[in-house]
Design a protein. Structure first.
Length: 82
């Protein structure tokens, strides 16, 4: 069975590191973010989203199911100067 994971918010500091690590562990890595991640490889699929209130629609379109692992990195890094 192929392993599949989803990362939401993959462009921040924590998300970038997580994407690199997961890309080595999973056959398919789905990245959902406002802008493309800095690191991308052939096993990754990127879905750009501008409104995170529509996540359920994105999940339906990417084929996520009960066997898909999901990781959220939304709001994990404070911007400098806070």
């Amino acid at each position: 069975m192929q392993r599949k994971a989803i990362v939401i918010g993959a462009t921040g500091l924590v998300g970038q590191h997580l994407v690199k690590q997961l890309s080595e562990l999973y056959d398919t890595l789905i990245v959902i973010a406002r802008r493309p991640p800095r690191y991308i490889n052939a096993s990754m699929r990127f879905y750009q989203i501008n409104d995170f209130d529509n996540l359920s629609e994105v999940f339906a379109s990417v084929g996520a199911d009960r066997t898909t692992d999901a990781f959220s990195c939304l709001g994990t890094t404070k911007k400098a100067g806070w």
